[in-house]
Design a protein around this ligand. Structure first.
Ligand code: ATP
Length: 296
């Protein structure tokens, strides 16, 4: 399948400072890709290059089979900045109609777009009265104009409450299911872990890890944690049978390397415990592992 976005050996320097160093990756249609990295890692720089706002210094980049920033690419790419700003005196509908006109589309689509992002009820209210979550939805509605093949979203859920975040990702899921490719940056690793298919980790301008969460987890080879709940009155026996187990609120936690997981599970099963929970390393653990390896 042809990639919607292909970046090959991309390098960007600012006055001798290397913001992106030999970065290569691609984004397939219908995939939800998270771009992670510390402050200053190069995420925004990458997005600006994808959008054609600035040029790279080396390497190549193809956006929807076109050069970034070309009319062909711009027609197929949508961007949502972290803090989308709108005219506070316009209603949601008026703002959307204006964007539609600017994109050469029929302004009558405004209500359908607002409905799609759950804002139809507030379409005739001024944006100045909208909450942050509602303004983000206006931004997303604007980004949906013209059925883009690639959505570039810069920290789209920052400042949103948990329900708004969930709704926002549900919308993205629908777009991805229709074949749109989504590249989003985020510092909210827990939600990224659950809602994206592919993860890119940038550290000081270098792509230090890339893959599905399950691949990154395997490559990081971080220990897993087992939480074992003893049968009533059996805590001391359980602790004696599992050297290294740490008591935590009536249960015992054991940390073990991935490769010893199954053997340990077998041993625990013979002990007749009341309950058992296996916690794999989180994306936060994996992210720290790959970022810190490079001195972050
Ligand atoms: N126009 C510029 N001139 C000089 N340096 C720049 C310029 N734009 C970005 N940089 C530098 O490039 C590096 C990457 O910046 P960038 O904004 O891409 O990081 P980021 O990963 O988006 O960070 P954040 O999470 O804080 O938004 C930083 O060190 C930044 O200071």
């Amino acid at each position: 399948m042809t990639s919607t976005l292909t970046i090959s050996h991309l390098t960007k320097r600012f006055d001798g400072f290397t913001a992106l160093n030999d970065v290569s990756f691609s984004v397939a249609p219908g995939s939800r890709v998270a771009l992670l990295g510390h402050n200053g890692a190069g995420k925004s720089t990458m997005m600006k290059i994808i959008l054609g706002l600035i040029a790279g210094d080396g390497g190549s980049i193809t956006v929807c089979n076109a050069a970034p920033g070309s009319a062909e690419a711009r027609a197929q790419v949508a961007y949502l900045p972290e803090n989308a700003a709108f005219h506070p005196a316009l209603t949601g509908e008026e703002q959307l109609r204006q964007y539609l006109r600017l994109r050469g589309e029929n302004p009558a689509q405004a209500m359908a777009l607002l409905d799609r992002v759950g804002l139809a009820h507030a379409a005739r209210r001024r944006i100045g009265t909208y909450s942050k979550g509602m303004r983000q939805r206006v931004g997303l509605a604007q980004a949906l104009i013209g059925h883009p093949r690639l959505l570039v979203l810069d920290e789209p859920t920052s400042g949103l409450d948990p329900v708004s975040r969930r709704d926002f990702y549900a919308l993205l899921d629908g777009l991805a299911a229709e074949g749109a490719a989504i590249l989003l940056s985020s510092h909210a690793l827990t939600e990224v872990e659950a809602r994206t298919d592919h993860i890119l980790i940038l550290s000081k301008g270098v792509l230090v890890a890339e893959g599905a969460l399950v691949d990154l987890r395997r490559r990081a080879a971080l220990p897993i944690v087992m939480t074992v709940v003893p049968q009533p009155g059996q805590g001391a026996d359980l602790a004696a049978a599992l050297p290294g187990a740490v008591p935590v609120g009536g249960a015992y936690q054991i940390t073990c390397p991935q490769e010893e997981k199954l053997a340990l599970l077998g041993r625990i099963a013979t002990l007749g415990v009341a309950d058992l929970e296996v916690t794999p390393p989180s994306l936060e653990d994996i992210y720290s592992h790959f970022s810190r390896r490079d001195g972050q």
